[in-house]
Design a protein around this ligand. Structure first.
Ligand SMILES: NC(=O)C1=CN([C@@H]2O[C@H](COP(=O)(O)OP(=O)(O)OC[C@H]3O[C@@H](n4cnc5c(N)ncnc54)[C@H](OP(=O)(O)O)[C@@H]3O)[C@@H](O)[C@H]2O)C=CC1
Ligand SMILES: CC(=O)N[C@@H](CCC(=O)OP(=O)(O)O)C(=O)O
Length: 348
């Protein structure tokens, strides 16, 4: 099989660097361009010494004609508001695009403007973008040229709710999500919040009732449940580098046993190797998925309140970004979805 040529725009950020790390181990992909808007001409290894002797290519400038010449598929790991302009040009040039940013996730441009505070993309391209929550909408991804990769919190949260929503077992207006992330979720750029002495031995809630992932989770759950979902969603920063733990509370529409709920999750994710449903009474820790594409889910039905608690963990830069992006490339290309991703989590 000839190699697919991949370019990474935003290669000097955390999402881009992780895409590089994972693609270097992919048997059917060759990295042919790493792109920077601010540092073209420098070696990628200059800013990322872990790549010394592995990938030392010079960074290319952002240039659609050059990308057309050098690549078949472009991963965009850029801040919001860049892909909305760049993706249409790349698609028009005949390239495949996997957008790791949030620019094409929301189907309603007004929602995007309200939550992301950027101008929405051209509606024709928003329509074209396939939302790539791989285990849930993977069939839509097959054969497409344009994937909008889900956000990190929405990946952990929606995977924890999808079987219940798709089978209409839950009240989609009763969902409360309490989610925590490591600081790499905020990217490589510096800010006071992620400063070591501010974050070390600290734990805080942020963007309360204002997080841009709220409408994305609602969009997915509404689509699956066939009725409008409204969620309460609170995000927290934890002093660790990687990992998301999403604790989800939800009311069932009708009484169900815990065994029925476990059976539903196991059958929904049957054959999907990256979602692991834990045994009854076990709950996941972020460390058990560190550096991997797994999403581990624990469940508990509280017989006292009748409420279900779902706990879902991912590595934000792998399953929450680069790993799922590559899983989506595999689906786009008709390869096994686990190609290049079949490694164990890092432990300890
Ligand atoms: N970190 C995470 O866990 C996750 C991130 N994401 C999303 O992925 C995207 C990237 O995030 P992350 O890697 O964390 O962010 P970073 O801040 O670490 O990296 C973003 C990179 O984008 C590049 N960039 C900035 N401006 C432009 C521009 N005008 N044109 C092209 N490239 C530009 C910068 O590199 P340079 O100056 O060299 O061009 C920078 O290194 C974001 O949209 C984020 O929301 C999604 C899921 C998880
Ligand atoms: C810890 C942290 O700051 N996380 C980021 C997640 C950003 C991300 O990955 O999501 P988007 O692609 O939608 O920006 C946040 O909460 O905004």
């Amino acid at each position: 099989m000839s190699q697919v040529r991949a370019a990474i725009v935003g290669a000097t950020g955390y999402g881009g660097a992780e895409t590089i790390r994972l693609l270097l181990a992919h048997p059917h992909v060759a990295i042919t361009s790493v792109v920077s808007s601010s540092n073209a001409g420098a070696s990628i290894a200059e800013g990322f010494p872990h790549l010394n002797g592995i990938l030392t290519d010079k960074l290319d400038a952002v240039d659609v004609d050059l990308l057309k010449e050098k690549a078949d598929v472009v991963f965009l790991a850029t801040p919001h508001g860049i892909s909305s302009e760049l993706s249409p040009k790349l698609l028009d040039a005949g390239l495949k695009v996997i957008d790791i940013s949030g620019d094409f996730r929301l189907k309603n441009g007004e929602d995007y403007e309200q939550w992301y505070k950027h101008k929405p993309a051209d509606p024709a391209y928003i329509d074209k973008a396939v939302y790539g929550l791989s285990e849930v909408f993977g069939d839509d991804v097959k054969g497409t040229d344009f994937v909008s990769n889900p956000g990190c919190y929405p990946t952990a949260t929606a995977l924890g709710l999808a079987p219940l929503a798709a089978h209409r077992w839950i009240d989609p207006k009763s969902i409360i999500v309490d989610a925590k992330s490591g600081v790499s979720g905020a990217g490589r750029g510096l800010s006071l919040t992620v400063h070591y002495s501010e974050m070390n031995e600290n734990f805080l809630a942020y963007k309360v009732n204002k997080h841009q992932h709220t409408p994305e989770i609602e969009q997915t759950i509404s689509r699956l449940a066939g009725e409008e979902a409204v969620i309460t969603f609170t995000t927290h920063l934890v002093p660790m580098t990687r990992g998301i733990l999403s604790t989800i509370y939800v009311n069932l529409k009708e009484a169900r046993s815990e065994d029925e709920i476990f059976a539903l999750f196991r059958s929904y994710y049957e054959g999907r190797r990256f979602v692991r449903i834990l045994e009854k009474g076990k709950f996941p820790a972020t460390k058990q998925v560190l550096g991997s594409n797994y999403c581990d889910i624990g469940l508990s039905l509280d017989s006292r309140t009748g409420r279900l608690t779902v706990i879902s963990v991912i590595d934000n830069v792998v399953k929450g970004a680069a790993g799922q992006a590559i899983q989506n490339l595999n689906l786009m290309m008709g390869w096994d979805e686990g190609t290049g991703l079949a490694f164990s989590p890092v432990y300890p």
